[in-house]
Design a protein around this ligand. Structure first.
Ligand SMILES: Nc1nc2c(ncn2[C@@H]2O[C@H](COP(=O)(O)OP(=O)(O)O)[C@@H](O)[C@H]2O)c(=O)[nH]1
Ligand SMILES: Nc1ncnc2c1ncn2[C@@H]1O[C@H](COP(=O)(O)OP(=O)(O)O)[C@@H](O)[C@H]1O
Length: 226
């Protein structure tokens, strides 16, 4: 059997993790798991996990590590036999160490995007809540304004994408992400990308993954894009 490929993508809110993950999933056939989307799905379906995390997610506060690992690690177990890409998990050192005990990641992508760019993008971010598909009125607008391309259902904006919530979110992201980034740097698997446009960063990520996965081919499972 081909060697499985396991990757994670990190970056502040609005840095393009979801956009790039969808491209990676489509191009390379990895299973894509977004922690934020997974949590919101549970909240919408009122599952036990959803009820547990609701107050944290609604206030943009980090869900405690022990809850997060209890939810995410069994999801990864279900993906055994597949190559995967994680977006939004691990977010803290505690989560990274818990993941590390079970899986050795092959690659971590870290996105460095200027603050002004993040602010602009998020004020214009629209989401299809059921699937997690992301739009931006300038960069990738829906075909019909305010409607999801696939289902035609209405798009929404997250409250925590508003500029007043953003500065605190970004500061918090940096503090929490630093030890995680240092861990992956020390393991030699961290690849950082800087810029203001996803379309300019994407060719570099595409080429990195082609090289890495060529020497370490993924399984042939279907991409599961949200
Ligand atoms: N203008 C512009 N918007 C972008 C670019 N890349 C992504 N976006 C949009 O910026 C917003 C944030 O991107 P997203 O992938 O959701 O970021 P995440 O929070 O890191 O997952 C979304 O509305 C995207 O459509 C870009 O290069 N230019
Ligand atoms: N790994 C995680 N650890 C703790 N909380 C998380 C994690 N991933 C997601 N969350 C929760 O879900 C919310 C939404 O996550 P996400 O969609 O990744 O948004 P963002 O990156 O824009 O903050 C976060 O504000 C947080 O409450």
């Amino acid at each position: 059997m081909a060697k499985l490929f396991r990757a994670a993508i990190m970056g502040p809110p609005g840095s393009g993790k979801g956009t790039i993950s969808q491209r990676i999933a489509q191009s390379f056939g990895l299973q894509y798991l977004s922690s934020g989307h997974f949590l919101r799905e549970g909240i919408a379906a009122k599952t036990e996990a959803g009820l547990l995390v609701k107050t944290y997610v609604e206030r943009s506060m980090l869900v405690p590590d022990h809850v997060m690992t209890r939810l995410m690690l069994p999801r990864l177990e279900q993906l055994s036999g597949h190559s995967w890409l994680l977006d939004g998990f691990p977010r803290t050192l505690g989560q990274a160490l818990a993941l590390n005990n079970l899986y050795q990641l092959d690659l971590v992508i870290s996105l460095n995007i200027p603050y002004e760019t993040l602010k602009e993008r998020l004020s214009d971010r629209w989401i299809h809540p059921a699937s997690g598909r992301v739009y931006n009125m300038g960069f990738n607008p829906p075909r019909v304004q305010g409607k999801d391309d696939i289902t035609g259902e209405p798009l929404i904006q997250h409250d925590d994408d508003k500029p007043e919530a953003l500065t605190a979110r970004l500061r918090h992201y940096k503090d929490v992400a630093k030890p995680v980034i240092n861990l992956y740097k020390s393991q030699g698997i961290l690849h950082s990308f800087s810029g203001t446009e996803t379309d300019r960063i994407w060719p570099y990520i595409n080429s990195l993954l082609s090289t890495k996965m060529h020497t370490q081919p993924s399984d042939t499972c279907q991409a599961q894009t949200p």
